[in-house]
Design a binder for this molecule. Sequence first.
Ligand code: FPP
Length: 246
Amino acid sequence: MSDRHPTVEAPIPNCPKHVAIIMDGNGRWAQAQGKPRLFGHHAGAKRVKEIVRACPDVGVKYLTIFAFSTENWKRTQSEVSGLMSLFRRYISAEMKGLVKEGVRVRFIGDRVRLDGKLQAMMDDLERRTEHNEKVHLTIAINYGGRDEVARAVKEMACDVASGKLDPTSVDETTLTGYLDTRVLPDPDLVIRTSGEARISNFLLWQSAYSEYEFIDTLWPDFTSDVFRSCVSRFAGRERRFGGVKA
Ligand code: FPP
């Protein structure tokens, strides 16, 4: 997190508090240059750094990024292990800067399938940044919205069985409290890069009233200026949450 961008622009009025991003298009970006897919993922990791840094300037307090889905295990073994080693490298390279720059990092997703070393590094980064509050960065690794809801329901069922939870009291707030994201506000804006218009099992419960931006830019080309323009478009939208205009 060194080399801070020298120009600090003013926060955007009506800026979304929480932006979630499906970072898509790394593979196509690399292949267009005749490079291996992992080259695109490395370029994508650099953009993560730039966008995290841009958040305080733009006015975004919570940023959640989809780094690896429960379905991504279907990729080749070399791509999966390359991504896992990229996550380890990212954590060790960025740890100091994230701590210093006031970024609180959290991970969501099922950690059980991740290797022990990566799990320990994730725990450590969460612990070391737990008192930060300038920006809340949440990284989804081995995350799937359906899997998250299923794990939450399983935990709730165990609490009912042990007498800790009264089943007749269960409502939306109860379920929200069992999700990986329980301490986060719902995303106001979900961005997907690379021209695909689908949500791919990302934050299914939490994005019930999110605004969406599907943009053609491939993730490694997603600069802080592109981020700023997505946020500005959001600021001009009218949100009614199922109600009518006041
Ligand atoms: C989707 O592009 C991208 C991913 C599955 C990986 C996202 C990972 C990063 C941006 C790397 C760094 C992240 C962190 C947190 C360090 P794709 O491979 O599906 O692209 P394609 O659709 O063009 O093939």
